[in-house]
Ligand binder design. Structure first.
Ligand code: 48N
Length: 326
């Protein structure tokens, strides 16, 4: 075996100790002086000192182990989750925020097919930046600390200057909860079910695969999935689309619900009230919210206004805790 390069840290082939979760408030100083410092540096320390700049030395396997150990520890931990949320769009993320905040004791897994969570909420509508939320959804923006423009008490809506400000804020808050794990680039490709003894079913978890694998079952065989058990699923997979309305379409195909109502034409006033008020457990163990619900109930679509997504998430969390605490 060739000797390690100069100052290249060697990691013994023996298994390194499992990672100890360090929080951002616990800066870890290197024992190796870097740029002459052994204490955590500041950005100011680096300004103008680029000539002698260097990163702390690394060995590639350390990076690999830092990622894989954590990922597989998470898969092990969330194999038995308390609640699984399918879809990290505006409704799913709002649901996750409310649940994680209300119940830090619950293990909450979010399964998101896209590499980038956020669903359709990175832009306000027709690729425009601003996001409109009708009142009283501004209450959720204040809960999150998202700034918005409000033309006063007579205005019926508020505007977040860029949809990405809302989505990145709720995503960031969700990811900071210690009891939440986001598995992105991962698709739910089936539901785990149990018979309820009365001819019906109860949803009891999700069947997952890497999204890229899920997209290639037609041209590759034997790519069997993984599973997460959970007594309660919240499905917020959006209206019909490549992956959309996943759970409700699956419930129809397994004849757990008779049929889908199919999303109706655009009517903001009708749509947003119906989605928020209709967010509920549509089959034992499965709560549906956001635009996926429009496919069940035949609700109208609301187009480029997002208050119902946020508040459907608030309601989905409330419905989930009702079921969970039964
Ligand atoms: O943003 P979406 O699509 O869904 P919602 O319900 O959170 O928000 C809907 C909202 O963006 C609108 O559609 C607006 C209000 N417009 C309405 C209108 O009239 O047009 O997020 C769903 C997420 C996406 O990120 C998908 O990638 C993900 O769910 N997803 C899945 N993730 C894992 N496994 C699946 N099978 C799956 N299917 C969808």
């Amino acid at each position: 075996m060739s000797p390690p390069m100069m100052d290249e840290p060697t990691t013994s082939p023996a298994a390194a100790p499992a990672p100890v979760a360090k929080t951002a408030t616990m800066p870890h100083t290197t024992s190796v002086p870097v740029n002459g410092h052994t204490k955590p540096q500041t950005v100011e320390d680096m300004a103008g000192a680029w000539k002698d700049f260097r990163f702390a030395p690394i060995r590639e396997s350390q990076v690999s182990r830092a990622m894989t150990r954590r990922y597989f520890a998470d898969l092990d931990k969330y194999a038995e989750s308390d609640i699984v949320i399918i879809g990290a769009g505006s409704c799913g993320l709002s649901t996750a925020y409310c649940l994680a905040k209300a119940r830090p004791d619950l293990k909450i897994a979010i399964i998101e097919a896209g590499v980038a969570p956020g669903g359709g909420a990175w832009l306000g509508g027709q690729l425009f930046s601003a996001m409109v939320m009708r009142k009283p959804a501004d209450a959720f923006l204040r809960e999150l600390g998202v700034e918005y423009e409000d033309d006063g008490p007579d205005a019926n809506f508020v505007v977040v200057k860029h949809a990405a400000l809302f989505t990145s804020t709720v995503l960031s808050k969700v990811l900071q909860f210690p009891n939440v794990k986001l598995f992105n680039a991962t698709a739910v490709e089936d539901l785990i079910t149990r018979t309820d003894g009365k001819g019906g079913i109860r949803v009891a978890g999700v069947v997952t695969n890497w999204t890229l694998v899920s997209m290639h079952h037609d041209d590759q065989s034997c790519m069997d999935p993984n599973t997460l058990n959970a007594p309660l699923i919240v499905s917020t997979t959006g209206h019909d689309g490549p992956f959309g309305a996943f759970s409700v379409k699956r419930l129809v195909s397994m004849q757990a619900i008779p049929s889908l109502g199919g999303m109706r034409g655009l009517d903001m006033n009708t749509a947003e009230d119906a989605i928020v008020k209709g967010t509920r457990e549509i089959c034992p163990g499965l709560i549906v919210g956001g635009m996926e619900l429009s496919e069940v109930d035949g609700a109208n679509r609301m187009g480029p206004t997002f208050g119902a997504m946020a508040l459907s998430g608030v309601k989905a969390a409330e419905e989930a805790l009702k079921v969970f605490d039964q």
